[in-house]
Write a protein that binds this ligand. Sequence first.
Ligand code: G3H
Ligand code: ZN
Length: 278
Amino acid sequence: MELVNGFTLMNYAKEKGLVLPAFNTTNYELTVGIVKGFQATGLGGYIAISSSNLKLSNPKIISDMVHSAMADISTPISLHLDHGKSFEDVKACIEAGFTSIMVDASHLTFEENIREVQRTVEYCHFYGIPVEAELGAIQGKEDDHVSEEDTKTNPDDVQEFVERTGCDLLAVSIGNVHGMDLTPDLDFPLLETIASISKVPLVLHGGSGIPFEQVRKAKENNLIKVNYGSDLRQAFIGTFGQAYEKNHNEFDIMSLSKEAIQSVQNRVEVIIKEVNIS
Ligand code: G3H
Ligand code: ZN
């Protein structure tokens, strides 16, 4: 199946009442595990790659890899640039066929963040691609990027930010954290307030480690997308780590890669089902 446009995927989520998981990939085997997980559940979502990770593989490689992994599947999937850190990355991803974009300028001042999102929106909308923007800073480790900053989204800024930027999805900071080292502590009253103000659906980063019932609760507050990175990476890396612990002479990379794909698929299936149980 071809990649699905991000706007089409958002409409699919609204029609079916789903929260869409976005799974970060890095390599082919991880991608295959994610795709198989989507296919097994029959539900759609995002395959995402962050700007940091593009230092390892460029957008064209990622796009080709995802297309190839998706050859036999029938569930709707968008290819998403996660934490887009530069306008160059945004342009390269659009050119490579990505169907959804995030611009992350949340480390800048409010006005600078707005300007950066505005020019990304102008560019992406010309190509019919939706844009996710972030307001507030999320603490923790995302690929090789570590942020000490923990600034919750200020609800008083939400309306102006969404209206002036023209973004299509809003990533919020409500006590969610990146990685496995910090404990998430979601502020639901804040989420409710933001949801009542924002004209666009909300996105929760740092899905790994957030109890599923909390994601389901967040779904009642206009949450359309939840991001998972570390969870699948642990499933993937764990396969190799455990095999090496058992046998320091292990070298059967083929069998272990198949096992790792299966572990990722299992986690993907659990996550997709758990966040959408009603
Ligand atoms: O953008 C990606 C996610 O926010 C990943 O966060 O590694 O805590 O699941 P996570
Ligand atoms: Zn994130």
